[in-house]
Design a protein around this ligand. Structure first.
Ligand code: ADP
Length: 172
């Protein structure tokens, strides 16, 4: 479309999450979403009421390590209201991943609230591949803390970081 400014046409989406830590389920959603939008910003959300294994900065580093090969994906982190962050990025969509019915019930309420807070932004739900439907950051932390193998669920660099952090915690 001649004459149209590129930034006017760019479809930017935000994929927000705790990513504590990033799993192969998250990566599956990121790859799918990056194919649908011009630019995908994967944003780590700082939530002071949630106890996390990794700091906001560490979680963003894990994202950067795993995403450098996808050209239209950027990373960010923020604390505060998602609707404000979305507006500040000029995004048209919020991406969330669904594993099943339980995710849907939680996500439906959040999408409805965000529709009120950011009326110009839609939430887009993407279904994960069946093989990642059982994967969650919480399960990864629990399995690793009990000495189990998490290599099917996270990348080798995330696995190393999880093991390292859990062994530091044991020493405390
Ligand atoms: P939050 O604490 O915001 O739920 P998470 O990091 O747990 O953050 O998840 C971020 C998003 O990724 C959510 O939409 C969640 O449903 C989705 N998600 C998490 N694990 C998977 C997975 N295995 N497959 C698909 N989506 C997932």
């Amino acid at each position: 479309m001649k004459g149209m400014h590129k930034s006017f046409m760019s479809r930017i989406a935000i994929y927000p999450g705790s990513f504590d830590p990033l799993t192969k389920g998250h990566l599956d959603i990121i790859r799918r979403a990056s194919a649908l939008f011009d630019e995908l910003i994967v944003a780590v959300v700082g939530n002071p009421s949630k106890r996390s294994l990794f700091s906001l900065e560490e979680r963003e580093v894990m994202l950067k390590e795993s995403l450098h090969d996808i050209a239209n994906v950027k990373t960010a982190s923020f604390s505060g209201l998602l609707a404000d962050f979305v507006r500040s990025c000029g995004a048209c969509a919020i991406v969330r991943g669904l594993r099943g019915g339980a995710d849907f019930e939680n996500e439906r309420q959040m999408a409805a609230l965000n529709r009120v807070l950011a009326p110009d932004t839609d939430t887009v739900f993407l279904m994960t591949s069946d093989r990642y439907a059982c994967v969650s950051s919480g399960a990864v932390k629990e399995i690793a803390s009990l000495g189990g193998d998490i290599s099917n669920f996270v990348t080798p660099s995330v696995e190393k970081r999880v093991r390292q952090r859990l062994s530091e915690r044991k020493l405390c």
